[in-house]
Design a protein around this ligand. Structure first.
Ligand code: NAP
Length: 266
């Protein structure tokens, strides 16, 4: 039996186990996906121990994504983002990837959103970093707006062609934008949005990384403005799909994983 797992703290409410195990069931894989909560100082030992025990692959979540970088060989994208959420043990050394970036890209592609023109990324934390690098790598011009403008400026200096702003620039930025991604935690379990409703318009595609609730205030405002909407469960789904495909080399059964994920979110 292959064992995959998730390192984080806390991980009790993670939807990754049902999502990945739905994929194993669908494809008839003899595999399990289990969660681990190592103490913060034990992250390196946990990754090394997982390798020694023959665990096939790990996801990594809060609070370990940044620290995991020091314990794996990251690919170029994970190194630039500065965070790892997927570890593959199939080679001589543990390899680290960041599938949040690809998760956002594939979520937008799934909804036939053209990845050209200008993307406004709201937020400059972990998700904002991943999405800004991911969309810039696709060739989009990335505008980063953050409550703390200096953090947006600092991230923009690292991302090719990007510019940093405060949230007060959102009205002007969105007027000429093609894609908007909310990467702040605003809207998580609350009826709030970081984007003024009157800045949204019908030529936008709006992805909200927040997935609880699935339909956030931002997505409701975006739908009312005639925009294409993509909820955060799609990004969560595709980061898992990408991890599954890196570990197994097989196409993931996306529909089965999506069904399991959404059953857990409702
Ligand atoms: P993080 O690193 O803590 O960053 C939080 C971001 O939110 C920062 O940009 C912060 O701005 C901003 N922010 C927080 N409170 C705010 C407020 N009241 N007004 C305006 N901005 C505010 O968190 P993260 O890891 O990037 O996660 C952000 C969200 O994305 C969370 O809801 C998380 O669940 C979600 N997420 C979803 C996926 C997915 O697959 N769907 C993946 C990753 C993350 P400052 O810099 O000014 O503090």
């Amino acid at each position: 039996m292959d064992v995959f797992g998730l390192l984080g703290n806390p991980v009790g409410h993670s939807l990754s186990p049902p999502m990945h195990e739905a994929a194993y069931d669908e494809l008839g894989f003899d595999a399990r996906y289990v969660t681990f909560e190592p103490a913060p100082d034990d992250l390196g030992a946990a990754i090394e121990g997982a390798r020694a025990l023959g665990i096939a692959g790990l996801n990594v979540t809060i609070p370990f994504k940044q620290d995991a970088l020091a314990h794996v060989e990251p690919d170029d994208l994970a190194a630039r983002i500065g965070a790892v959420n997927t570890v593959d043990f199939s080679g001589e050394v543990p390899r680290g990837y960041n599938t949040d970036a690809v998760g956002a890209v594939r979520a937008l592609e799934h909804h036939d959103v053209p990845l050209s023109g200008t993307a406004v990324v709201v937020g400059a934390g972990g998700a904002g970093r991943a999405v800004a690098f991911g969309l810039a790598d696709e060739g989009m011009t990335v505008e980063i707006a953050n409550r703390t403008a200096s953090k947006a400026d600092a991230l923009a200096e690292e991302v090719s062609g990007a510019t940093g702003h405060g949230l007060d620039a959102l009205g002007d930025l969105l007027a000429g934008a093609d894609v908007l991604v909310n990467c702040t935690s605003v809207g998580m379990d609350e009826d709030a949005t970081p984007v003024p409703a009157d800045a949204l318009h019908g030529d936008l595609a709006v992805l909200d990384a927040v997935y609880s609730p699935i339909e956030t205030r931002l997505l409701a405002d975006a739908a009312a403005a005639g925009a294409t909407t993509v909820d955060g469960a799609w990004m969560l789904l595709y980061q898992g799909v990408e991890a599954f495909e890196r570990w197994t080399g097989e196409d993931a059964p996306v529909d089965a994983m999506n069904e399991a994920l959404r059953a857990g979110l409702c």
